[in-house]
Design a protein around this ligand. Structure first.
Ligand code: XMP
Length: 519
């Protein structure tokens, strides 16, 4: 079975929701890929999708330099679904007209069915005859394209969807991919299974089996090297490679002394002891503290931490015989972003230090078994491969670790205080059932002293700041409104249990203008 046999192509016109479209399609069990709107048509033909989805986008179709739809996709005679900008591009292509709306429509709207619709029929609230949807657009279709019928409207917009049933071309002005469109999943289901006739093949077990097979094919009997960080992606790569090639996988785990509380031991326990994976632990704590001595500039600290990692990893790699491959935990969003159209807007990608370039003379080939997976798919795979849920669903942790959470110069004693305070905060978040409600939470060490009274004694010690945010994409974030009783409890525990701390503060800055990390 080829689980990529029936697949959907998503052409990205720059919408913030494009990846959500892909995740919806995949969740429903169909493989899809996201490509920039200006990709070569020959590649689309060769990809041979069962259907195409055109995403939304920030531009207007009537701008000469805006992204243009390649009309040859309609010669392929496969179903096409255009969402927002995608619908407008279809209208424009088939001779309709698109004009700026008098008012930009943003947020909830209720649409009403105005005609029979192959895509939307039967999904409307039976009693009220409405569908709750999410709108976000500045332009609208004003004159219908030839061969199409309008199928729904809102109180203010007469055309919010249209279709040409014979040609299987559909347009939606609203965003069916966001949660707020209550029947969004059903609409995609209708498109994928009712219209494109896809089969549900993209399921975790199938994905694992297929990936194991392809890793075996690629690596054969070669040895593969992997830098293990304790994070989700590298742990899942390790578990997957271990199933595929067993002891031919060699992992190097560098304990930098800047990891979370007892993280080094936990990584070894889970990966080496429980899962029987080949892991070499390098205890480099002192090397890191020495290298960071006297340095308080955040960027220079990052460079030192990243550079030292590469040096240590390289040294370990050179000790091993016969390694032919370097495995990396690249995931699909990284691939999409680095392939973004030259004209489209792409996000700034953070450079991760986890695996740096290895020297060319080692001639290692690159193995990236998670390249076609989204984070939620990687997580599901991790659990199915036997990794503990708590590890797989852990908040993200930056490559430089506690190094960017100790403000200014890094010292071993600061790292120890911080790891303890962070552990108390996280343990309590879990206990109070708040961990999964925050996207990222951690403690920060402030190297300033303040006065306190504990018992009858005066205490003149350091300050710990607690940071917790809610976010979807980590590009913007809101500080988490944690209950006062909870914060009080955590603060009391930290001050009582860590005598080098005299004060705890809570960070109430959102991003922007602040960033999530303090350095
Ligand atoms: P900021 O602080 O930029 O963080 O708002 C956004 C997200 O990125 C993580 N982050 C990093 N991850 N290396 C990493 O691997 C880094 O140098 C780094 N700096 C920030 C941060 O934890 C948050 O999730």
């Amino acid at each position: 079975m080829n689980i990529k046999n029936n697949k959907i192509l998503i052409l990205d016109f720059g919408s913030q929701f494009t990846q959500l479209i892909a995740r919806r399609v995949r969740e429903l069990g169909v493989y899809c890929e996201v490509w920039p709107w200006d990709v070569d048509f020959a590649l689309i033909k060769e990809f041979n999708p069962k259907g195409i989805v055109l995403s939304g986008g920030p531009e207007s179709v009537h701008l000469d330099d805006g992204p243009q739809l390649d009309g040859r996709i309609f010669d392929l005679k496969i179903p096409v679904l255009g969402i927002c900008y995608g619908m407008q591009a279809i209208a424009h292509h088939f001779g309709g007209s698109v004009v700026p709306s008098d008012e930009k429509e943003f947020g909830y709207a209720q649409v009403e069915l105005t005609n029979k619709s192959g895509l939307l029929q039967g999904l409307f609230d039976k009693e009220q005859g409405f569908l709750d949807v999410w709108m976000s657009h500045g332009d609208k279709v004003d004159v219908m394209p030839q061969g199409f019928v309008a199928t729904s409207k809102t109180a203010t917009a007469p055309i919010t969807s249209f279709e040409n049933g014979d040609a299987q071309i559909y347009g939606l002005q609203f965003h069916a991919e966001v949660e707020h469109t209550t029947q969004g999943r059903k609409i995609f289901e209708r498109f994928l299974f009712g219209i494109c006739a896809c089969e549900k093949l993209w399921k975790t077990d199938n994905i694992i089996q297929t990936h194991i097979k392809s890793i075996k094919n690629q690596a054969g009997n070669d040895k593969v090297l992997l830098g293990l960080s304790g994070g989700v992606d590298s742990s899942v790569v390790a578990a997957l490679l271990h199933q595929a090639i067993g002891d031919n996988l060699v992992c190097v785990f560098v304990d930098t002394g800047l990891l979370r509380y007892k993280e080094g031991d936990q990584v070894m326990q889970t990966m080496a002891d429980d899962m029987d994976i080949n892991v070499i632990r390098v205890n480099a704590q002192q090397m890191y503290y020495d290298a960071l001595k006297g340095e308080s500039d955040p960027e220079k600290k990052r460079k030192i931490i990243g550079g030292l990692f590469i040096k240590i990893f390289e040294e370990e790699a050179r000790k091993l015989d016969n390694v032919k491959w370097l495995a990396q935990g690249t995931i699909y969003p990284d691939v999409i972003e680095s392939a973004a159209s030259k004209t489209g807007k792409s996000h700034v990608i953070k450079s991760h230090h986890n695996v740096g370039g290895l020297p060319a003379d080692m001639n290692l080939k690159l193995l990236e078994p998670l390249r076609d997976l989204f984070k939620d798919e990687v997580r599901k795979m991790g659990v199915a491969l036997g990794l503990p849920k708590a590890m797989v669903y852990r908040h993200p942790f930056p490559g430089p670790g506690l190094g960017v959470r100790i403000l200014g110069e890094v010292k071993q004693k600061y790292a120890q205080i911080l790891a303890k305070a962070d552990h108390i905060f996280i343990t309590e978040l879990v206990k109070w059932d708040l961990y999964d409600k925050t996207s990222q939470a951690f403690a920060v060490f402030l190297p300033v002293k303040s006065v306190g009274v504990v018992g009858d004694a005066r205490r003149y010690q350091y300050v710990i700041a607690l940071r917790a945010v809610e976010t979807i994409d980590f590009m913007t974030a809101r500080w988490a409104h944690l209950p006062y009783e909870f914060l009080e409890h955590v603060s009391t525990r930290i001050i009582n249990e860590i005598d080098k701390v005299s004060r705890v503060v809570y960070d109430i800055s959102s991003k922007p203008p602040a960033t999530i990390e303090w350095e």
